[in-house]
Design a binder for this molecule. Structure first.
Ligand code: FAD
Length: 464
């Protein structure tokens, strides 16, 4: 008997239940489909780049256990039927996904393949606990993180499965149609792809960084977070693998247990995002708090462009947007600041920012990205209170006091003294002069006035 294992957001061998199931049969073929089905959100540019490399990496790993990876393009059901016919597969296996359209699609596909006489199995593999298994005492979904976390933590999170074994076959490169765009050249300096790289990022993090994580994670100039997000996005590592490795590490090094608990609570935010993706209407399109659908967002294309190019005149914002453009990643604290400036001070619809992130982030995630944008905008679950409007100057001074992060990404402010590096627009003329900064020429003037736009944002929300 032959099995088709349909890979989606799970490009790994370890802790891959669908692959384990498929490998119980005589022969196993893996398939990845660049799906054109309605309702599925196509990857943005940076994620597409990552995907291509990740597919090549998993194809090589699969070949080592005797599984060939086929990469196809088209409507998922048509492709699966055709490939099942061509290969003589009699069963299809996959790990579940949680977006509303993807779920509907998978249901239809399952029914149709079964009608054709194929055996179909779907598995839990992409979250710590499936969204419907974490519920309130009344059997309802959670809308606040802290009780969600308590319930999740008390659960018995499934142990990761070992990778299947098999005899190695020759591996070919996959996906030859994709040509890496010229802009992607810069991204490769910042990342390693694939399952092995993900595991070693986790081990390095636990060994060298986690101790400083609870405090240091808010300081964008510090490299103390795990940078596992793009690996998780494509399932090069499973959340359960991270969970259990981290717990084992905490057990072996009790002095780090507190820091590891903090890290796991952040990892749980990812499950909380999937909880929202599962239980709500399309969270990338619809505000979770309905009143926000009535908010009159501004149409301000010039400000949107200044924001996306990292030319707002607020150094920490510009540093973040340039880090994103250069690396496909942005530090979490700075993600919050840039999202706040866009949705509150500029009063531009959170969907515009979410779209930009979707295209630029290597970790652009169907649950984490919209859930986090809505969280900052105030329209999300357990959202920041509407009056929490981050001030990019005071936040910069607090979390990047010495200006290291700003100087790294905004080199034209490299010579500004610490005192003024987050507010060059307030610096005395002689300070600007000796730092070689000419506002409006070498570095922009602020595109919004923080005080009046703050008041405008508060008013817009209080009208709802
Ligand atoms: P670590 O701090 O090492 O955390 C480990 C893992 O836990 C992360 O990889 C991630 O999977 C999860 N995690 C950590 N913090 C959060 C959080 N606040 N919300 C949800 N999950 C979290 N994360 C994405 O993975 N994809 C996105 O598209 C994305 N878009 C975001 C947009 C905005 C506006 C904001 C404010 C946050 C967004 N995040 C997103 C969440 C967070 O910024 C990133 O997960 C984190 O910065 C990734 O770096 P890391 O892997 O080093 O994180």
């Amino acid at each position: 008997s032959k099995a088709l294992v349909w890979l989606r957001n799970d490009l790994r061998l370890s802790d891959n239940p669908a692959l384990v199931e498929g490998c119980k049969l005589d022969e196993t073929i893996a398939i990845y489909i660049h799906a054109t089905d309605k309702g599925l959100r196509p990857e943005g540019g940076a994620a597409r780049w990552w995907l291509n490399r990740s597919l090549n990496s998993v194809a090589a790993d699969l070949a080592k256990i005797g599984v060939k990876l086929k990469v196809e393009c088209g409507l998922s059901l048509d492709v699966l039927k055709r490939v099942a016919g061509e290969t003589g597969a009699d069963s299809v296996h996959w790990n579940r996904r949680y977006g509303p359209d993807a779920r509907e699609l998978d249901k239809t596909i399952k029914a149709s393949l079964r009608e054709d006489g194929l055996d179909v199995s779907s598995h839990e593999g992409n979250v710590l606990a499936e969204p419907w298994t974490v519920e309130t005492g009344q059997g309802k979904p959670y809308s606040v993180f802290t009780p969600f976390w308590k319930t999740l933590k008390a659960k018995d999170i499934a142990r990761p499965l070992p990778a299947p074994r098999g005899k190695s076959i020759k591996s070919d490169a996959v996906d030859t149609d994709y040509v890496e765009p010229a802009w992607a050249e810069k991204l490769q300096h910042y990342w390693h792809h694939g399952e092995k790289a993900a595991l070693s990022a986790l081990d390095d993090f636990l060994e060298d960084k986690v101790e400083d994580y609870p405090e240091g994670r808010n300081v964008p100039a510090k490299d103390v977070t795990s940078r596992l997000s793009p690996h998780l996005r494509f399932g090069e590592i499973s959340a359960r693998e991270i969970w259990h490795r981290a717990l084992a590490y905490a057990h072996a090094k009790p002095s780090k247990a507190g820091a590891i608990d903090k890290f796991l609570s952040e990892l749980a935010w990812r499950d909380f995002s999937y909880h929202q993706l599962y239980h709500r209407d399309d969270i990338s399109k619809v505000s979770m708090q309905p009143k926000y659908e009535g908010l009159e967002w501004r149409n301000a294309p010039k400000q949107l462009t200044a924001w996306s190019k990292g030319a707002t005149g607020f150094p920490i914002i510009d540093a973040g947007m340039r880090e994103l453009w250069e690396t496909g990643y942005m530090h979490n604290r700075v993600r919050m600041l840039v999202a706040s400036l866009l949705t509150k001070n500029m009063l531009i619809d959170w969907r515009r920012g979410e779209d930009w992130f979707w295209d630029c982030l290597v970790d652009a995630d169907e649950a984490n990205n919209p859930a986090s944008w809505q969280w900052v905008a105030g329209s999300g679950l357990d959202a920041a209170p509407y009056f929490r409007i981050f001030n990019p100057v005071t936040q910069g001074e607090r979390f990047d006091g010495a200006g290291d992060y700003v100087r790294r990404w905004v080199p034209e402010l490299g010579k500004m003294p610490d005192k003024w590096v987050h507010k060059p627009f307030e610096a005395p003329e002689e300070v600007l002069k000796s730092a070689g900064v000419v506002l409006g020429r070498t570095y922009p003037n602020p595109v919004v006035d923080l005080k009046s736009t703050r008041a405008r944002a508060l008013e817009a929300v209080s009208d709802l």
